[in-house]
Design a protein around this ligand. Structure first.
Ligand SMILES: [Mg+2]
Length: 200
């Protein structure tokens, strides 16, 4: 699989900047309305380092992007996205096949899980990353199935009661709203798939 690191990071940055409004609205409903702005800040910080990404290998680019997101995106999301990308960067080779991408994604999601002390079903971004990483790691997963699952998993957070993060303060009242981190995760997964143009 050919992955151009700069193209990949550019797609991630665009996604983080373009979806500011929607993510702000989702976080306003059950959180503190900062997720959209935080993500945009992270996207702009990635953009500011594009020269470095153009010179980087895929593992280097993922680790650098992870570092940038961990330090520039506020809230819980920054460190979680940061650990996901940094761990993926440490787990992947410069020219990975789909199997290697799946393994690196599983390792990254496990790092995120440990750092956030979060489990599936608590209405967080993990509710998207966990099933998606398992599917990508499974042999024969199609692009269509990954896209569909990312969307279904984000939608599935709507009826959940939040058990982690600021939304958990709302208890029962957190039900009926999509988790902002789950939505940004879905959007990032779709953006990365588009950028990679996986050949099946
Ligand atoms: Mg927030």
């Amino acid at each position: 699989m050919r992955i151009d690191p700069a193209r990949l990071i550019d797609a991630i940055a665009d996604c983080m900047i373009e979806n500011m409004q929607e993510l702000t609205e989702l976080d306003a409903a059950i959180g503190d309305a900062d997720h959209g702005l935080n993500m945009r800040k992270g996207g702009e910080a990635l953009r500011a380092d594009m020269a470095a990404f153009k010179a980087a290998s895929l593992p280097q680019a993922l680790q650098l992007a992870g570092n940038i997101l961990a330090t520039t995106v506020g809230g819980a999301a920054g460190p979680l996205y940061g650990s996901l990308l940094m761990t993926m960067g440490k787990s992947i080779g410069p020219d990975p096949d789909l199997g290697e991408v799946g393994k690196a994604l599983v390792a990254g999601v496990e790092a995120m899980e440990r750092l956030g002390k979060v489990e599936a079903g608590q209405k967080t971004m993990l509710d998207v990353w966990k099933p998606v990483s398992r599917l990508v790691a499974r042999e024969g997963a199609t692009v269509q199935s990954v896209r569909a699952l990312a969307h279904e998993a984000a939608v599935a957070t709507i009826p959940m009661e939040a058990r982690r993060g600021r939304a958990s303060y709302l208890g029962e009242r957190s039900r009926g709203h999509m988790d902002p981190g789950a939505r940004s995760s879905e959007l990032l997964i779709l953006a990365v798939i588009d950028a990679l143009e996986f050949e099946q």
